[in-house]
Design a protein around this ligand. Sequence first.
Ligand code: IPE
Ligand code: IPE
Ligand code: MG
Length: 259
Amino acid sequence: MEATATRRGDAMILPRHIAIIMDGNGRWAAARGQPRAAGHKSGLGAVRMTIEECVKHRIEALTLFAFSSENWRRPAEEVSSLMGLFVEALDREVAELHENNVRIRVIGDRTALSVRLQARIAAAEEQTAANTGLQVQVAVSYGGRWDVVQAVQKLAKQCAQGALRPEDITEREVSSALALGVLDDLTLADPDLFIRTGGEKRISNFLLWNLAYTELYFTDKLWPDFDRAEFEAALAYFAARERRFGLVGAQQRVVQGGG
Ligand code: IPE
Ligand code: IPE
Ligand code: MG
């Protein structure tokens, strides 16, 4: 079984890959009598802090849910302010991320995005492509079901072309056809730790396949209020879990080489 957490010296066990549903921006703004867009803008600070923390702890990968397939059905004004914010954030942040050896990729249905945003994304991905530090995936226009559908279509096409036999489709083929699996030169482990802010305890169509054995951490903190202390609390929660992957505890301790 693949080792999914790292132990450095006597330090606590850290997740290799963290996935976050950044929820609660609208409520944060409403509580201050501000428009929802102000909450989204303020959420950018929490994104910056989270990336810094991940870099500091040498976490390998961070996947952030920024906009879901379903979020397209929000009022047009909110959708367009979010799209504007993505462009702005890319323009403002990519240079510094690049300096910090961070690689950025976007997962999701890009064809739904404006040409302008698609171009900014492509430029950011290209500029940071060789970076070997934190691997950041931003899920935009992403849905777990969309992801499964596009993977199935890809595999079906390969079968129709005679490049793949249906009986040769295993979990491995499915995994690598999914959005996190096709990030070309990188073998990205499934998330070890999932964090959702904003108090809801649901997956909201995030990474359905990849979260199969992920440890789940929920906090009532609204995303703009997500701070270093809360991030550390999530890491501590993760470190205290015994991941059994369907085995019994004693077996798992042998697999992980001690307790
Ligand atoms: C999360 O915050 C950001 C997006 C979904 C884009 P919300 O906008 O969902 O904020 P709440 O949940 O309404 O407070
Ligand atoms: C999930 O939040 C999507 C993102 C954070 C991008 P939502 O606010 O859209 O989820 P629901 O509607 O509460 O399930
Ligand atoms: Mg929400």
